[in-house]
Design a protein around this ligand. Structure first.
Ligand SMILES: Nc1ncnc2c1ncn2[C@@H]1O[C@H](COP(=O)(O)OP(=O)(O)O)[C@@H](O)[C@H]1O
Ligand SMILES: [Mg+2]
Length: 276
């Protein structure tokens, strides 16, 4: 189970992304980034955040701690921004809290050269969870205490917005991925990480999602059935044919693939400093 806490003060919205997460203080004296249940695409985003982050952590990738946070209906009463007030009101009850990393900086590839082994692990992991939200425009990586931390897995597992078409072999195009140009050891990363992805591991990870965020999913009889579907999908993707990772990230294609050095405004130009 994820630890449960209660919100004591809404501090400020984070307006960077589309989902309007907020910085919130809690009764354990911690400060958190809260993802609200009723924001944007709703509770499935929170499911993706939990499965994405907790799987990353167990594969050895750094990501802030997650907790479940209870929101009192009074919390937003004095909030002057109407959009925020509506979101807080609608999201009364259980939401997701992500440990706030104070002073963290957005990842900047021009000042931080990622290690190829690390980059390859992240690209393979994002391919596994279908995470398209780690592009060079929007890296969702933070630099904190001299390490890189993975955040924002809400857009991952997007097949769950239409389970009928979920395909464990769906290709993942990593050509836009912020770490793709450094991911020269993908085969090793795939072998290393897939060996860790066991049914037990995935069951432990999916068990962390509260039942209430899984219940009522169309086509499933119970929260348990939805958990089993995530486990099955990720097992097939991790252990089936690896053709789903098709991108310009392989070493032999570096410098030739789409977006790697061709034309003005391409990723290659960005790496060299011309894109900003
Ligand atoms: N745990 C955290 N610690 C510090 N800053 C964070 C944390 N999580 C998010 N942020 C900041 O808030 C921004 C938006 O959060 P993110 O999780 O990416 O949500 P969105 O879905 O809106 O993109 C991030 O780009 C980052 O600058
Ligand atoms: Mg983001």
């Amino acid at each position: 189970m994820l630890e449960s806490i209660a919100a004591t003060r809404y501090v400020t919205p984070l307006r960077e992304g589309g989902s309007l997460p907020g910085v919130v203080e809690a009764d354990d004296l911690g400060t958190y980034v809260v993802k609200f249940r009723e924001a944007g695409q709703g509770r499935r985003v929170l499911v993706a955040e939990i499965i994405g982050a907790e799987l990353a952590r167990r594969l050895g990738l750094r990501t802030p701690d997650l907790k479940l946070i209870d929101l009192d209906p009074q919390l937003g009463v004095r909030e002057p921004d109407e959009e925020v007030q509506d979101l807080l009101k609608a999201s009364t009850g259980r939401n997701l809290a992500i440990d706030f990393l104070p002073g963290a900086l957005g990842f900047e590839p021009l000042t931080w050269l990622p290690d190829p082994v690390f980059a390859s692990r992240v690209v393979w992991f994002d391919g596994l969870i279908h995470n398209v939200d780690r592009s060079w425009r929007n890296p969702n990586l933070l630099v904190w205490h001299r390490d890189i931390w993975l955040i924002d897995h809400g857009a991952a597992l997007w097949f769950h917005h239409n389970w009928k078409t979920a395909d464990p072999q769906r290709p993942f195009d990593a050509s836009d991925h912020v770490l793709a140009p450094f991911a020269t050891k993908l085969d090793a990363a795939a072998a290393e990480l897939s060996a860790k992805i066991t049914p037990e591991l995935l069951e432990r990870v999916t068990a962390l999602v509260p039942d209430e965020w899984l219940e009522g999913e169309a086509g499933f009889g119970s929260a348990r059935a939805v958990r089993d579907a995530y486990v099955d999908h990720l097992l097939r993707r991790a252990h089936g044919p690896r053709e789903w990772l098709t991108s310009g990230a392989e070493p032999e294609r570096r410098g030739q693939g789409r977006g790697h050095g061709r034309g003005p405004g391409s990723v290659g130009e960005f790496w060299r400093g011309g894109g900003r």
